[in-house]
Write a new protein. Structure first.
Length: 74
């Protein structure tokens, strides 16, 4: 299955230089990792665990919806 992942630089106030958040909006999951590649790997691991958990409870692992990413200024 394919899932869209949105990456976001962790703010300096979090004191984690070089880290990114990885959001999987269709599943409501968020993780983080060092650099964009680290964040994507962490997201992949988290989604795999999420799918395993769903299957262990005989629940359906819902497919990803379409992601449209936009930026607004306020």
């Amino acid at each position: 299955m394919k899932y869209s992942v949105a990456l976001e630089v962790v703010p300096e106030s979090e004191q984690m230089p070089g880290y990114f958040y990885a959001h999987v909006p269709s599943l409501g999951l968020t993780t983080h990792g060092l650099g964009s590649n680290g964040a994507l790997e962490a997201a992949k691991d988290l989604v795999k665990l999420w799918i395993e958990e769903k299957r262990a409870h005989q629940e359906e692992a819902r497919p990803a919806g379409e992601l449209v990413l936009a930026t607004i200024e306020v």
